[in-house]
Design a protein around this ligand. Structure first.
Ligand code: AMP
Length: 428
């Protein structure tokens, strides 16, 4: 074959794209109920933004960014996540001047140069929310509960919530010291990546999948939280209890990104592959807005990987409601009827029906077959006779029933029949 899609990307074809439309519609609708408003930011940003916001010691920045020089020799990067761009837009457009908290959401592609495997792509899609301007623990709980509700409402009942607190800067500094003391004697046995992490960002050692044994007795960050951080974490948990969102505390959950403070959480589910059990995650990032040049504003958000949601729906055989169209397939026999068909088709579409016709010069029999194959529920046949009588023949494709109706009311008749086909019990 001459051309193939780039490694780690997907073509979302008709038949599968409907599941994506369903998820996106759910996300929009959920955000409407929670009063979050959509934001669309560029797919590429200045590389510096991600160095600042994602953090230079993270895997994303160290190994995974799609970075290129543009024609003016500026370093640009395809966004690896959504928070940096959203916060950049918030600062640049002075959204902090509106009523706090500013509640934003986005849906779109992200890019990371990772080794493709189950649930891991180089172009993937996230639905994310960011609530900027409040440090109320109830807002952390709202965000966690919102993601939880998203999974439930799309039909996934077994996604689990794990939460942790990494505290404020002071708590983290004191934990870092304890962690270094714990890791130092084990340093020679740690994996090469973790040896580097130990020097640059030891918290990230907790993420390691290879050094699990060595980390068995690692001190918990929760024991290093100072009083305000501990109280805050208790409040978030109390709100989650109030919301009846079940969760487990996972004191190893630290997240890979540097700007997180206090609450960290992940949504988890089994069955997609070892490297993909996190189907979403987020946390509080009180330091980020100031870090990228805005006023100091606290914030909290999540990012949900939609490929993984799709994979979960498939492995769990969840039925997604899909619109089947067209409603009606128009068929003409004869030259006059063919001419007239164009305006009938247009009238059907203007009236809100999904309607189509043959464009291949097929015979009547072949057109009826095409109507069947198209998935249409009704075929409408216009011959010269019908035209003379100002009528059209309707054929209900599921039953074979066929009858003529006047051209004055054929569209209403189709709508009636469609609603009876959809709700057969109401017609009785
Ligand atoms: P992160 O920003 O790394 O916390 O990612 C948030 C969510 O995005 C993860 O929980 C995944 O669901 C999803 N995700 C991250 N990286 C990938 C990837 N390479 N392919 C598919 N989904 C991903």
């Amino acid at each position: 074959m001459r051309f193939q899609k780039p490694k780690g990307t997907q073509d979302l074809l008709p038949g599968k794209v409907e599941i994506w439309q369903f998820l996106e519609a759910k996300a929009h609708e959920l955000c409407r109920r929670f009063n979050y408003r959509e934001i669309r930011t560029p797919i590429f940003e200045m590389t510096e933004l991600f160095l600042r916001s994602v953090g230079e010691t993270t895997d994303i920045v160290e190994k995974e960014m799609y970075t290129f020089r543009d024609k003016a020799d500026r370093s640009m990067t395809l966004r690896p996540e959504g928070t940096a761009g959203a916060v950049r837009a918030y600062v640049e457009n002075k959204l902090f001047a509106s009523v706090d908290p500013v509640k934003l959401y986005y849906i779109g592609p992200m890019f990371r140069y990772e080794r493709p495997q189950a649930g891991r792509y180089r172009q993937f899609h996230q639905f994310g929310v960011e609530a900027i301007g409040s440090d109320d623990p109830a807002l952390d709980a709202e965000v966690i509960a919102m993601g939880y509700r998203f999974y439930r409402e799309v039909g996934l009942n077994d996604v689990r919530v794990e939460i942790n607190s990494i505290g404020n800067a002071a708590s983290r500094a004191s934990y870092r010291k304890r962690l270094e003391d714990f890791l130092a004697p084990k340093l020679p046995s740690l994996c090469p990546d973790c040896q580097k992490r130990f020097l640059r960002n030891p918290l990230r050692v907790l993420d390691c999948k290879k050094d699990v044994e060595l980390l068995q007795d690692v001190p918990s960050i929760l024991d290093s939280l100072d009083e305000p951080s501990r109280r805050r974490f208790d409040e978030v948990r109390a709100y989650l209890d109030e919301l009846a969102v079940p969760y487990a505390v996972n004191c190893r959950l630290v997240r890979g990104l540097d700007y997180y403070t206090h609450t960290a959480f992940e949504y988890k589910a089994g069955g997609i592959g070892a490297a993909a059990d996190a189907v979403g995650g987020g946390g509080r990032y009180d330091g980020l807005v100031a870090e990228i040049g805005g006023e100091d504003r606290p914030a909290v958000g999540f990012g949900i990987g939609l490929e993984r949601v799709v994979a979960l729906l498939e492995t769990r055989n969840v039925d997604v409601p899909v619109d089947r169209f067209p409603d009606v397939y128009l068929i003409a026999v004869g030259e006059q009827a063919s001419r007239k068909l164009v305006s009938l088709l247009d009238a059907a579409r203007a009236a809100g029906l999904s309607a189509d016709r043959d464009y291949m010069g097929r015979s009547l029999k072949a057109q009826l077959k095409a109507a069947d194959r198209s998935g249409a529920k009704i075929a409408a046949v216009l011959g010269e006779d019908e035209l003379d009588r100002r009528q059209i023949q309707l054929k209900i494709l599921a039953t074979g029933e066929q009858y003529a109706v006047s051209l004055d009311r054929w569209i209403d008749e189709i709508k009636n029949r469609l609603s009876r086909l959809e709700h057969p019990e109401e017609g009785r």
